[in-house]
Structure formats: structure tokens, C-alpha cells
Design a protein around this ligand. Structure first.
Ligand SMILES: Nc1nc2c(ncn2[C@@H]2O[C@H](COP(=O)(O)OP(=O)(O)OP(=O)(O)O)[C@@H](O)[C@H]2O)c(=O)[nH]1
Ligand SMILES: [Zn+2]
Length: 369
């Protein structure tokens, strides 16, 4: 079954499931006796450590959507964004990632609002080191991991790299979960009995965002919330549509400061002992097979395609069997050939078969009379 999601509607306010934070108690007499603190002039402190928030989550859950949302919200920060991309088509992913009117960027790119953005292929360490040479130009770092990454590895790098550690600190790990497919990702058993990536991402998170609540009914949400709780009993769980979350709930958390209790090391240990309560795999309708007769399964697709009579490039995205198309502000060049590019991630995928299938689908058929 294929479905195109309809035109974007204005989202309702995201609901939050967690209890409100308790207000802090302040002794009355202290408050009365002390004069208000003088208004400080906001000047960046060149020696201040820069917070890093890791944004993790399974393929297509809404990480980049969250990044884009944060960048466009009012935050009074100069944010540097690092995207860990998948696939070989670097230009493709970059142009999809951050809405900059289709500008492509290899190195650090300055965004309109003073934020910086960079797209990297490896673990992001180089990008951060590279970024630190621009110290003073930004005051927050957001790092999006690839959907299949174990965030523990990325997070650990802030401990391993002492030099890096003196400039920046890990502020928190945010994990985005897809309401529709999260359950499936979280309960998938790996053949070797290892903990799957989706579970690792949830287990390590300080904040778990259950995104795409528009796609599921309340019962589904309860199910996914329950399994998330069973994996991570500590993280704060928030529900969102289009990753629209209250920024104060995801930034400046100081999750790993000595004061806030559980350290990353502890979390990593905790993770090994927590087991998800498994639901059995969901049934899925599959028809295309590879040469070895195994059913192909696409988990994630991104692409830049040309649509007949449309002057603009169109982005196609899919998460399992849902997909949507979005016209970009970028026009195809008049005098050059329009090239369609697709990046697919999944199981038992066969490039040749998929290519034929795609060409078959888009080729105009002669109707014989
Ligand atoms: N229906 C619906 N679609 C959403 C929502 N949030 C994001 N999407 C769509 O889901 C798709 C994937 O979103 P991304 O933000 O690119 O996901 P991602 O986690 O960055 O994906 P990868 O980097 O490939 O792992 C896009 O087509 C989004 O437009 C939502 O709340 N509801
Ligand atoms: Zn992304």
C-alpha cells in the first residue's frame, strides 16, 4: 500500500505527557533582602564551554525536521548544526537537510539567521574539531546522528577526546521515535540477540520525542509509550507533530553535569541490563523480491526527482510505506539533463531490480489501440 500524505495542516499544539516540573522553593526573606541582580550585558564568553545536544532516532523518525524546527524558532542562540548523513549522494542529503533555498554546502555554511551548518560522513568528530576553529561564532552545537548509529559511540567521544572536552560538553541526548513505525523498530529482534539500534537510541536518551502523532490513534500511542518506558525509565517523554517541541525541554538540559545525577557511563551500563518487552513482529505486505527470492523491504528513501512539466526539483521521502513529495525552490537548469537520484535503505535490496522497477513506473506506456 502506498499513500501520499496530504497537504500540511497547521499542527495542533503538541501535548506533553509528563508532569510539570516542580517549581523551585526559594526562601522568602532571602528574596526580599537581596536587591535584584544587575542586568548583565549579554556578551559571549570566549572561554565558556559550548553545549552539544545529540539528536538521535531511527531512520526517518523526524530528526532533521527537529533540527529545522529548532533553527527557525526563537532561541537567541547561534547554533552550529552537524548532520551525519547516509548514502553516497552527499549533495543530495545536504540539499534535503536544511532549508536554505537549495544551497549546497561542503564545508561550514553560514545560515541566514547566523547559525552554521555542516554535513559529514564519519562520526562527526572531525567536523566538531573543524568547527572549534570557528570558536566565538556560535554558542550551541546540535549533532544529528545517522538513523542507524549507536548514539553511545558518538556520546562517548566527548569523554575520549580530552582536547574536545575542554571546549565543549555534552548537554543531552534527544531521541526521536516514529509513532507509526517505532513499535516495529523497537521490538525487532536481531538475529544475533544483540540490542537493536532503535532500542539503544531510546535507552540512552534524556528526552524521548514521540513524533508523528498525527499518524496514529491514541491506543497506538499508549503502546509505544509503554514500551519506551520499559526501555528507559528515566527519560522525559514528549509527544509531537513535525517535531515541534518546546525548546526549553530539549536544549540546555545539563543532563550530564555532576549535579544532575546519572552520568553517561552509568547510562551505558544501565542499557546493557534493560531488556525491552517484546511484542511479536507486525505483518507487512511485501511483493518485490530480490534475486535470492528474499522480500525486499525499504525502511527509508530520500531522493531528488524530476517531474514532468515541473521546473523545480522535487524531494521525495519515504519512511516504510508512507511517502511524500515536496517541491524545492531550486529549478532544474534549462540546458542540462535532469537526473533523478534515489537513496534507499532497507533489507534485501537489489539495486538493479529496483532501478528497473523505478524506470518501469515512470516510463510512459504506449497505449495500443
Ligand atoms: N505525518 C508526519 N510526517 C512527519 C512528521 N515529522 C516528520 N515527518 C516526515 O517524515 C519524513 C522524515 O523526516 P526527517 O526529519 O527527514 O527524518 P530523519 O529522522 O531526519 O531521517 P534520517 O536522517 O533519514 O534518518 C519527512 O518526509 C518528514 O516530512 C510528523 O509529525 N508527521
Ligand atoms: Zn535526517
Amino acid at each position: 500500500m502506498l499513500r501520499i500524505s496530504g497537504p500540511r495542516e497547521e499542527e495542533e499544539e503538541e501535548q506533553e505527557e509528563e508532569e510539570e516540573d516542580c517549581p523551585e522553593l526559594v526562601p522568602i526573606d532571602l528574596q526580599q533582602q537581596q536587591p535584584p541582580p544587575p542586568q548583565k550585558e549579554e556578551k559571549p564568553d570566549p572561554f565558556a564551554k559550548i553545549p552539544v545536544t545529540i539528536i538521535t532516532g531511527y531512520l526517518g523518525a523526524g530528526k532533521t525536521t527537529l533540527l529545522n524546527y529548532i533553527l527557525t524558532e526563537q532561541h537567541n542562540k547561534r547554533i552550529a548544526v552537524i548532520l551525519n548523513e547516509f548514502g553516497e549522494g552527499s549533495a543530495l542529503e545536504k540539499s534535503l537537510a536544511i532549508s536554505q533555498g537549495g544551497d549546497l554546502f561542503e564545508e561550514w555554511l553560514e545560515l541566514r539567521n547566523g547559525c552554521l551548518c555542516c554535513s559529514v560522513k564519519d562520526n562527526g568528530l572531525k567536523a566538531i574539531e573543524n568547527l572549534m576553529q570557528k570558536k566565538g561564532k556560535f554558542d550551541y552545537i546540535l549533532l544529528e546522528t545517522t538513523g542507524l548509529a549507536d548514539p553511545g559511540a558518538v556520546a562517548s567521544m566527548f569523554w575520549v577526546d580530552a582536547e574536545l572536552g575542554s571546549d565543549i560538553y555534552l548537554d543531552g541526548i534527544v531521541s526521536v521515535v516514529d509513532s507509526k513505525y517505532g513499535l516495529r523498530h523497537l521490538t525487532e529482534e536481531k538475529p544475533d540477540g544483540l540490542i537493536n539500534e532503535a532500542v539503544r537510541q531510546v535507552a540512552l536518551a534524556d528526552i524521548i520525542i514521540i513524533n508523528k502523532t498525527d499518524l496514529v490513534a491514541e491506543e497506538e500511542l499508549i503502546k509505544i509509550r509503554t514500551i519506551i518506558r520499559s526501555i528507559n525509565g528515566l527519560g522525559k517523554i514528549l509527544d509531537t507533530q513535525r517535531s515541534r517541541v518546546d525548546l526549553s525541554k530539549v536544549l540546555d538540559l545539563h543532563s550530564f553535569d555532576s549535579l544532575s545525577g546519572i552520568s553517561l557511563q552509568k547510562k551505558l551500563q544501565h542499557m546493557q541490563t534493560t531488556q525491552p518487552h517484546l511484542d511479536k513482529n507486525l505483518l507487512w505486505e511485501k511483493t518485490v523480491k530480490n534475486k535470492a527470492d528474499n522480500t525486499m523491504e525499504v525502511i527509508r528513501l530520500k531522493g531528488l526527482v524530476s517531474i514532468k512539466d515541473k521546473p523545480h526539483q522535487v524531494i521525495v521521502q519515504a519512511v516504510h510505506e508512507l511517502y511524500d513529495l515536496e517541491e524545492t525552490p531550486v529549478k532544474w537548469k534549462e540546458d542540462t539533463e535532469r537526473t533523478n537520484r534515489l537513496v534507499l535503505i532497507g533489507r534485501n535490496l537489489d539495486k538493479e531490480i529496483l532501478k528497473h522497477l523505478f524506470i518501469d513506473t515512470v516510463t510512459e506506456k504506449q497505449v495500443s489501440s
